[in-house]
Design a protein around this ligand. Structure first.
Ligand SMILES: [Zn+2]
Length: 493
């Protein structure tokens, strides 16, 4: 079985391969590369030790006192730490590495963080199928970092159910999905990636995922999940939609899914399949969810004590979301009266004709007393979910750059109005019409206590939830560039 996609190795990456066998140093050895005088952190959790590292043909062949050796290239690492390359447990770089040009495939913003291995299948998706085609795409031109291919749960669900996915799968459909998972595992996948908070996965039952997890177990693979909910409500719901939403019978508690339910599902999948399971890019979003880390840690510790192999990964920030926070729910794109029962993630909301006149549409909604109140309630919910008005920082304001860096609460106070009124004012009058909210916000939705409590658990790995970017663009989450340096500088050092 394919276990590693060959790649142009970086220096740190080479250490990943050779550490298991450490030949004793012999005076007179020659290496292609000698990293000398550093403190080696070998990735096993052991304390750093002073050693030289010798590399030959892209493989670490010797670690120890290599003072008598010759090398084509020598790097003096005195005063520095030398470590294996970092593994990014949740990467959206798959499309860039599958089909990008040489520059994108080198993944400069990731490699510069010390990342040398990327886990794909994020949120249950693959850039193409069958998996052998995806792997062939990586192989054809090569990739900068190493690649861990995964079968996406959403991918196989979409293959089997097509557009008719807003329901439970039948036994026969689950069997077909299982066959696709087996095919992917045979072709080199390491396991199953899932995103049951997204379409089409959010219409699945836990039993469906467990059935697929049993296939993964045959290959000693693992499961990782963007969990079914990370907040008081899944991200596709706001209070006004809850009102008219008819939940499909996908979950014992219907739509009322919390972050606790999301974690409990991941643990159950691990318990019933015996495979390693990972709650990926774990977070506690919004003040009403703050403290969730204590609940999660308690649940995980208990499960692990019972032998369930539960893990987490995390990016080390209190702000979430790759781009900017949309504080106005996009149901206002559509004319008043449009059916909202599909949720905020309904593909219908993305139709181009709905986006032609968003300001006119927002005005029409605000003029209708019922829709006005629903819109206000939804915006208040989103502002709170994203940390509160005092934690919404304006990061882009093309029309009035002096707003950049100010918080929504600050602006609202200055104007003598509520934060929601300021949101509406920015969208309708003050901001840039091309931006849905007139400006771009970054919400600081996490608490430092949760970030640290998740981080210090021995079973928590690091991930970027980022991808390859060439131009960061204002509003971009810093995790794309800063995840590993920030973690080391701020939390380790
Ligand atoms: Zn995700």
């Amino acid at each position: 079985m394919l276990r590693r996609i060959a790649s142009s190795l970086t220096l740190v990456a080479t250490m990943t391969f050779g550490l298991l066998a450490l030949p004793r140093p012999v005076v007179g050895q020659t290496f292609d590369l000698l990293i000398e005088g550093g403190s080696v952190l070998d990735g096993t959790g052991s304390p750093a030790f002073r050693a030289d590292v010798g590399v030959r043909d892209g493989v670490v062949v010797s670690v120890g006192d290599l003072s008598g050796a010759d090398a084509t290239r020598v790097i003096n690492a005195a005063g520095l730490f030398v470590s294996p390359g970092f593994i990014d447990m949740h990467s959206h770089a798959d499309r860039a590495l599958y089909a990008g040009n040489a520059f994108l495939r080198s993944a400069p913003n990731l490699v510069a963080q010390g990342i040398t291995t990327l886990v794909f299948g994020p949120d249950g998706r693959n850039p193409t199928w069958p998996l052998s085609d995806e792997i062939a795409g990586y192989r054809s031109e090569g990739t900068g970092p190493n690649v861990v291919p995964m079968v996406g749960h959403g991918t196989v669900r979409g293959l089997v159910m097509g557009d008719d996915y807003e329901r439970h799968a039948t036994e026969s459909e689950i069997a077909q999905m299982a066959a696709h998972v087996r095919e992917g595992m045979e072709q080199g996948a390491w396991g199953l990636g899932a995103g049951p908070e997204y379409r089409p996965g959010r219409f699945s039952t836990t039993e469906e995922i467990i059935a697929l997890g049993h296939v993964v177990a045959d290959y000693d693979g693992f499961y990782y999940s963007h969990q079914r909910s990370q907040s008081p409500l899944p991200l596709w719901l706001t209070p006004s939609i809850v009102e008219e939403y008819t939940p499909p019978p996908t979950w014992p508690s219907g739509w009322r899914l919390t972050a606790t339910d999301g974690m409990a599902e991941t643990i159950r999948i691990g318990r019933e399949t015996g495979i390693r399971v990972v709650g990926t890019h774990i977070k506690a979003k919004g003040p009403t969810t703050w403290g969730q880390s204590a609940i999660d840690v308690m649940a995980i510790d208990r499960a692990r004590a019972q032998g369930v192999q539960v893990y987490l990964d995390q990016y080390p920030y209190e702000t979430f979301g790759g781009g900017s926070v949309e504080v106005i729910p996009k149901w206002y794109y559509a004319p008043p009266g449009t059916d909202r029962s599909g949720g905020l993630d309904d593909p219908d909301w993305n139709r181009a004709e709905l986006r032609r006149d968003p300001i006119g549409s927002l005005r029409a909604h605000m003029a209708d007393p019922v829709l006005h109140d629903e819109m206000i309630a939804d915006i208040e919910f989103i502002l709170d979910l994203q940390g509160g008005a005092d934690r919404h920082v304006i990061v882009v304001s093309p029309r009035d750059p002096s707003l950049v860096g100010r918080t929504l609460a600050d602006l609202a106070e200055e104007r003598g109005e509520s934060p929601v009124q300021t949101v509406i004012h920015l969208a309708l009058e003050w901001g840039t019409p091309q931006l849905r909210s007139g400006v771009r916000f970054r919400g600081i939705a996490g608490s430092p206590e949760d970030v640290e409590r998740y981080m210090v658990q021995e079973y928590t790995a690091t991930s970027t939830d980022g991808g390859v970017v060439v131009d960061p663009g204002a509003g971009r989450h810093p995790r794309y560039y800063g995840t590993y340096p920030h973690k080391i500088a701020t939390y380790v050092r």
